[in-house]
Design a protein. Structure first.
Length: 68
């Protein structure tokens, strides 16, 4: 059974997003991160790192599709 091209694109995009979201491993390796600006500091947990990784993964997928 063959999938239609839209399903293949969705599966491929999901793979890129999951690959980018592997930043959870980076967050776990680096440990507690924070952002210090102007005498204040804010802790950055794993969730924003994973979300940023997913965005970067989807951006990579978009660039791949652009050059195809």
């Amino acid at each position: 059974m063959t999938q239609n091209p839209k399903e293949n694109d969705f599966v491929e995009a999901a793979g890129f997003a999951a690959g980018g979201a592997a930043g959870a491993g980076v967050a776990a390796t680096v440990g507690g991160m924070g952002l210090a600006v102007g005498g204040t500091a804010v802790a950055i947990g794993a969730a924003p790192v994973v979300a940023a990784g997913a965005v970067v993964g989807l951006a990579a997928y978009g660039l791949k599709k652009l050059f195809e």
